[in-house]
Write a protein that binds this ligand. Structure first.
Ligand code: AP5
Length: 219
């Protein structure tokens, strides 16, 4: 990559490939991946009060209330490993979340440098999400058709593969509706700030990777 940009957001609809692309970006730049979806799922699994509250929204494919997610991310951004930068995956998802993020960064004299928006059509997203399987042990993301695991229920690390409970078709459709209504307005928000890089998220994961590398390194 020509230039290393440290404070990054990966934006895109459910199934656009945010988690898949985030994995190599954070390795390449040596920054932490902050995935609100992963943080909420961990809280849900641990049965914390936050996890129980989030469960109601996540199971229905709705957004967890802004104040809950903003609190979670603001706290995480103050940790030492974010000093050199971070990659936000799945946050912000609403205009109030984006404004809260700007305010939090401004308090520390920082500003978002690049927002990469992955663009993929809805029917491709449904196909990607329906076939997704995630390893319960190492979190590796697989796809039964596009990136097949060694066995239907086993990862290369030996862990068991699981299907997310919000990856059922009716819930996927609801998540897409929520994306178009509440998250898509962020594209104009970041366009106005001059930090938006739109990336075609169709094609193979490697093809998308090359486009993301260009978008991240091109500033
Ligand atoms: P979250 O976990 O953030 O889910 P999401 O945004 O819906 O995104 P996904 O993780 O489903 O998709 P992805 O873009 O990461 O795709 P992936 O790389 O896995 O959020 C879940 C829930 O938590 C929300 O619904 C909400 O309730 C709550 N939440 C989270 N953040 C919140 C916030 N900020 N505010 C409020 N609520 C919040 O890829 C998908 C599949 O496709 C995989 O199988 C992969 O192998 C395959 N694939 C990827 N790229 C390609 C490619 N190029 N070609 C073929 N297959 C591909």
């Amino acid at each position: 990559m020509a230039t290393i940009t440290h404070d990054l957001v990966l934006l895109g609809p459910p199934g656009a490939g945010k988690g898949t692309q985030a994995r190599w970006v954070v390795e390449a730049l040596g920054i932490p991946q902050i995935s609100t979806g992963d943080m909420l799922r961990a809280a849900r699994q641990a049965g914390t009060p936050l996890g129980r509250q989030a469960d109601v929204y996540m199971s229905a494919g709705r957004l967890v209330p802004d104040e809950v997610v903003v609190g979670l991310v603001s706290e995480r951004l103050r940790e030492a490993d974010c000093a050199r930068g971070f990659l936000l995956d799945g946050f912000p998802r609403t205009i109030p979340q984006a404004e809260a993020l700007d305010a939090e960064l401004a308090r520390h004299g920082r500003k978002l440098r690049t927002v990469v928006a992955l663009e993929v059509d809805d029917e491709t997203l449904v196909r990607r999400l329906s076939g997704r399987r995630t390893c319960a042990a190492c979190n590796r993301i697989w796809h039964l058709e596009f990136d097949p695991p060694p066995a239907v229920d086993a990862c290369t690390c030996g862990g068991t593969l699981q299907q997310r409970d919000d990856d059922k078709e009716a819930t996927i459709r609801n998540r897409l509706r929520v994306y178009h209504e509440q998250t898509a307005p962020l594209l104009a928000y970041y366009e106005r700030q001059g930090v938006l890089r739109r990336v075609d998220g169709s094609g193979t994961a490697d093809e998308v990777r090359r486009r993301v590398a260009e978008a991240v390194g091109g500033r």
